[in-house]
Design a protein around this ligand. Sequence first.
Ligand SMILES: CC(=O)N[C@H]1[C@@H](OP(=O)(O)O)O[C@H](CO)[C@@H](O)[C@@H]1O
Ligand SMILES: [Mg+2]
Length: 562
Amino acid sequence: MALPSNIDFAVRATDGLPTLLISEASKSYPKPDGIKFTYGTAGVRTKGDVLESTCFRLALISALRSKRMGGKVVGMMVTASHNPEPDNGLKAVDPRGEMLASNWEPYCTEAANALTDEELFAVLQRLIKADSINLQTPAVVVYAHDTRPSSPKLVKAIEAGLAAIGAEGRNGGLLTTPQLHYLVKAYNTQSTPDPYGEPTEEGYYKKLADAFQRAIADKPATSPLTVDCANGVGAISLQRFQKYLPASALQVRALRTSIDTAGALNNGCGADHVKTKQALPSGFEKEVAEGERLCSFDGDADRIVYYYLNGHASQKESFRLLDGDRIAALVADYISELVKRAGIADEIKIGCVQTAYANGGSTKYLSQRVPVVCTSTGVKHLHHAAESFDVGVYFEANGHGTVLFSDSAQSLIRGKISSSSPQGDSQSALSQLSNLIDLINQTVGDALSDMLLVEVVLRQRDWEPAHWDSLYTDLPNKLLKVIVPDRALFTTTDADRKLVTPDGLQQEIDKLVGKYLEGRSFVRPSGTEDCVRVYAEARIQQEMEELANKVAKLVTDAAKNA
Ligand SMILES: CC(=O)N[C@H]1[C@@H](OP(=O)(O)O)O[C@H](CO)[C@@H](O)[C@@H]1O
Ligand SMILES: [Mg+2]
């Protein structure tokens, strides 16, 4: 039968998409001129004052995502992590608490850049068709934000988008990124036989606090831990968390907790500052003592690094970083040992996932113990690769990371715990593994949960930071940013370790690298900043510096001649 002439086919195709309501609401959220948004490694990230239209539009996409996933809860997090305070950003979270599936990322980019409502609807229609989305399915989106001044306005834009498309919105309020990921998974598993946890902020604190107390057993804290909260949302979550934990279980000294001081967020503090400067947060010199255990969260508390001083604070060389690579080594060793003691080493395959930025020293150490895989930069790649192990430990050198226990590993461990047999060594190892399953936020890297994990291992082993530091020696290394006119000219393969273009540049890098003892260097375009990153390492510090500078020069020249 022919279609009645008064029915536009495009309208029929989006039957159920309330285009009139969306058009009306979108008038308050015009796309700013001349800005190109990209949904990349870390979602969309740019200046906070140009992001309202993107928040409105990505709320529409998130609602479609929820419908696509059969009405499961999905998440949206407003944050720009370690970036300066005026920046902001948006990340979408899938029902299992993981990053948005990467085949949806281009739709996010296109929706954010659509110049008119018609263009926006065309993107949504393509998505609806390509993924066979049933628009009649209800949609639920939980959203949260960090402490940035631009966040409340962006949250309003999300709410407007959700209202326009008729999706249910649940406001998580001020939360860390990993808390939002936790909430998403907790909502979606609450009526299953294996709920992840109570789907509330309080449920998150209780789950971590209970697991931590079980995991430290009766070993009280002997020395306090100093935490640099980056003047961000981690300060709030740490403070709230402490209400659920007796002080005897963990003594915490929280510093850089000024969330209301303009310009303070990530300024001279936080995990990124400490990792990139390889130095204490500014002003800490006066506040810390030799040997003291310290750690830094980043602005949205999904990343952590530890450090300590092995001499006087006034000497720069006293600073010793215990970064994501070292957390991976500490944790992979501890879990391997528990698995052996539990008598399940034949059944549980433990693996470790790193990126090319992992120090060669750590890769060598880990490879002698467990299989090690290298993936492209960005947590979603590591997370995905970690899922192929029964226990997958993944950390970026900068401190993003977690441990994943497969469903079968969890059932095996919990199934072998016997309530009747006496607590022999294998039973106590099984119980400890079970405690770790609860303690670790398996949805995404989580500074608070990772901190508790490190504290458990150090406490159980009776280790000071210096002992942890002595596991292996880092090769001297450097990470440089090179500003080029067009970073898109640089493309890579082999988990970011080799350049495909510009033509011939990789061969020149290889020639250089071959001249240095244990030399390694690679070049890739950043996914979050307008620059090309150059990484170099070598046995001898001076040679490494030379290698890094020479590769940077090759990059500058290649960009000029392209
Ligand atoms: C060398 C480096 O640290 N790169 C970071 C950085 O990515 P780039 O694509 O290198 O800009 O931000 C990502 C998101 O936070 C993080 O996953 C990654 O590790
Ligand atoms: Mg972060």
